[in-house]
Design a protein around this ligand. Sequence first.
Ligand SMILES: [Mg+2]
Length: 390
Amino acid sequence: MNAVVAERDFLAFAAAALGVDAAALALDSSRDAGAWDSVGHLNLVMELEARWGVKIPLARVPELKTLRDFHAHVPCRPAKALAVDADNTLWRGIVSEDGPDGVVPDADFQRGLLALKARGVFLVLLSKNDPPPGGAISSVFARPDNPLGLSDFAHVGVNWEPKPGNLLAAARALNLAPEHFVFLDDNPHERVQMRAHLPGVMVPDFDAREGTVPATVLEELGKVQFSGVGETREDFLRTDWRPLAATRPDYLASLGLKVRVARATAADVPRLAQMAGKTNQFNATTIRRTAAEFEALLADAGTEVWTFRARDKFGDMGLVCYVVRESSTGRVTDFVVSCRALGRTLEHFAAQKLGFRTFDFVPTAKNAPARAFLDALRSGDVRTFYEEEA
Ligand SMILES: [Mg+2]
């Protein structure tokens, strides 16, 4: 996956959340090694949500040991659409009270949105107002001093209905999931409602004093939530989910990627079941096998379960890929790569190592990365930067 927050930006964020000097931190800084305490731990979790809208399920919080573990939650959430409120967000003032000529457009903020749009981000308007074309809000978008026009929005949800329903309608219209959306609204109540109804949506908090969105909010959106979005929509569509090997060989070569391959044992079962239950992006058939089902597979002489443990110069990623295949036919029924290992050609290594040229694939709303690799594999476009170790 190519939406990775730059390490430097992430470390600066973590240092601010922990109240320490960024120079004292590295991605492999760990709580166990005393780099922060339990209060800092919670601060990191809360800041991730408050500033970047990245929500980590509470049950997973204790699993986070190093800054790399936290960092891994950010690239799992590449945003593609930005849903924005209008009143006191795009302009100072309220159309239904101040009238379409009485509001003051925030031209800088709107131009920032246009820059995101030029990079391929879908803009969505979510506003409680009378709907266009009759509603007064249309007149604001027609003003020459208002940089955004209604036609700049890929979807317009202007009515008096709750915003989560309007966001879902936008997601359906754009063929996206709520997880692909960032929602910006000056009203804390709207943010709370969005989080409560659609926990997948990224909802950054900000202080919209005097009806303007702080410049740092857009700056961070560009660097964090939309970091994977290309320079143009064409680039974005072409490069989205493409294997990274084609574009970043120097970077991948510098990582010192190592992998250990083994048949699964009983000790691997909890991790296998966890991956089966949680992995969405690179999950070829999304068979949600339970621990009991994996135990049955291990006992079945006709089935092979292969595990791949990866590490790089920054540390050990552990078991991050597994393959289930039928021994007699070679048919691959399960092929799963953890989100944290995506974009580093581990899937290429697995296919080469086990010698398969195709695998079962069942499309879902989220597993485009597996589809992209299937296409690459079938066309022979396979190149790995992993080296096997014993
Ligand atoms: Mg508002």
